[in-house]
Design a protein around this ligand. Structure first.
Ligand code: NAD
Length: 510
């Protein structure tokens, strides 16, 4: 066993449910789930999942805790989150390594993900003193109107494998300062990172005497996940994952008139205009398309490049692709690790078959990559495809390092291609023209939740609201005023006069 697993309290067999704190782990009764590392395909450790009874215990604990937690002043809730941030700083390296081991991203990306959690903890603590509502001027004399934001209840949180810890923090730490308690179901591909987080949290929660505020129930999407989305005790379901999953979740939660916050798939493109700084565009493209082996929701999947610079762009990019070191993501110098599992490899190969059938041309890559000593791992070559405008597979999000390159002549045509997909998460234009830049950011420009100029599609600062439009689900998380999703708004009117004016001038005096 790796040393960092011990530091994080990972055992060979771990409980899959917790109501927070050292003593909060349940004796779970569900099936055992083995976590395999994509690095070598070998088992790391296992988790005994939550069964129905365990799920009930966790939901009840979260509900009970909410009754107290909602009355804890928000700045005091912020202090708990601050202490979680301190603890995350202490465990940044081992947790980053575990992310790398279990999910396959390179170690610096794993540590970067933990840094994002730390940043969110800082942000959320500040936010705990800024959960502002507006005041309004009443139309009636002697009346005052204002709105306030109340805690919502137990947040049901479903997360994807590719950001196994950061997405937990975006939701939980902000919902936490908002006064909600949290029930988390992580991806079944990354259960150990979830166990590690609960272990890191335990001393903080114990020191603050908290139980049931941050909870965990590990189980399949079709079991624990389905229970959550149909459970009226969870007024808000925040779900991150594929569009197919989001469609199911959105419909089930809407059917019970609950709220959902959906963060789904992307199909992110960069437009490179004829006057763009190509060096900058190439660097951003390489990072965006190859980083995390193309397994970010914001990964760059399409390049729409002006025909006058297309050949030069492709030639330079192909040279850069040939230099990407592929291998064990825990080793220094490696820039691309494996895909998460065999299914991800199969999905990539199936997409490349459709590329050929649809008239696309593979310019670089397209095959499996072998890494000596790690034959059981899921390594592929980063792949460049020259695509005709109507290539059907380009409209889908294949969660792998495939980059489609399409040429254009007129900027309007580039925008049409850009917006002509179902997803609407992240987007960028590389240009030195004010005209193109403003057109891209205008009402008639990019239809995505994130639109950048001269910076790529991949990743985002926590200070902004993160999320996308169309099939990406419309949710917003992290910075700006995304906190509002975790609270309920109440409009209050107070009459401090001795009159009782009725609405619409009606007189009810008998
Ligand atoms: P996935 O859809 O396979 O699974 C995501 C989560 O949903 C898992 O925890 C899974 O168990 C759960 N789930 C599946 N079916 C469910 C159901 N019926 N009810 C409740 N829960 C259910 O996604 P994945 O492969 O883990 O992640 C990759 C996808 O996530 C990509 O599409 C990526 O773009 C997207 N993603 C989006 C964002 C974003 O912020 N927009 C961030 C990260 C990942």
């Amino acid at each position: 066993m790796y040393d960092f697993l011990k530091k994080l309290g990972i055992k060979e067999v771990n409980s899959g449910a917790s109501v927070g704190g050292e003593a909060g782990w349940l004796e779970t009764g569900g099936e055992e789930l083995i976590s395999y590392s994509p690095i070598d395909g070998k088992a790391i450790a296992s988790v005994k999942q939550a069964n129905e009874k365990d799920y009930e215990k966790v939901v009840e604990a979260a509900q009970e805790a909410f009754i107290k937690w909602r009355l804890t002043p928000a700045p005091q809730r912020g202090l708990v989150v601050r202490d979680i941030g301190y603890e995350l700083r202490r465990f940044k390296e081992p947790l980053g390594e575990l992310v790398s081991l279990e999910m396959g991203k390179i170690k610096v990306e794993g540590m970067g993900e933990v840094q994002e959690m730390i940043d969110i903890a800082d942000f959320a603590q500040g936010l705990s003193r800024q959960l502002y509502g507006l005041t309004m001027h009443s139309e009636r004399p002697g009346h005052r109107m204002y709105e306030q934001w109340h805690p919502l209840g137990v947040l049901g949180l479903v997360t994807a494998f590719n950001f196994p810890v950061a997405v937990w923090s975006w939701n939980s730490l902000i919902a936490g300062v908002c006064g909600d308690t949290v029930l988390w179901k992580p991806s079944s591909k990354t259960p150990l990172t979830a166990v590690a987080i609960m272990n890191i949290l335990a001393p903080v929660l114990d020191a603050h005497g908290l139980k049931g505020v941050f909870n965990l129930a590990i189980g399949k999407g079709s079991q624990v996940g389905e229970k959550m989305i149909n459970d009226k005790r969870l007024p808000l379901i925040s779900a991150t994952g594929s569009c197919a999953m989001g469609r199911k979740v959105g419909q089930a939660v809407a059917a019970r008139l609950g709220r959902s916050l959906l963060e789904l798939g992307g199909n992110n493109a960069i437009i490179v205009t004829e006057d763009a700084d190509l060096d900058m565009a190439i660097r951003a493209t390489l990072f965006g398309a190859v980083g995390t082996a193309g397994q970010r929701c914001t990964s760059t999947r399409r390049i729409i490049v002006h025909n006058s610079v297309k050949d030069k762009f492709i030639g330079t990019l192909a040279k850069a692709y040939a230099q990407v070191p592929i291998g064990n993501p825990l080793e220094e110098g490696v820039l691309m690790g494996p895909l998460v599992d065999q299914k991800a490899v199969d999905d990539m190969m199936a997409a490349l078959k459709r590329v050929k059938e649809g008239g696309g041309k593979i310019i670089y890559g397209g095959g499996l990559a072998s890494v000596t000593g790690l034959e059981g791992g899921f390594y592929v070559e980063p792949t460049l495809v020259e695509a005709p405008k109507d290539l059907a597979v380009m409209r889908d999000e294949t969660f792998a390092p495939i980059l489609y390159i399409v040429g254009y002549d007129e900027f309007d045509q580039a925008l049409e291609l850009h917006n002509g997909v179902d997803q609407g998460l992240s987007s960028a234009v590389f240009t030195t023209s004010l005209k193109y830049s403003e057109a891209f950011l205008s009402h008639a420009g990019s239809d995505c939740g994130i639109a950048n100029v001269n910076i790529g599609t991949s990743g985002a600062e926590i200070g902004g609201a993160f999320g996308g439009e169309k099939d990406t689900g419309g949710g917003r998380e992290s910075g700006s005023d995304a906190w509002r999703a975790y609270m309920r708004r109440q409009t209050n009117t107070i009459n401090y006069s001795s009159e009782m004016p009725l609405a619409q001038g009606i007189s009810f005096d008998l």
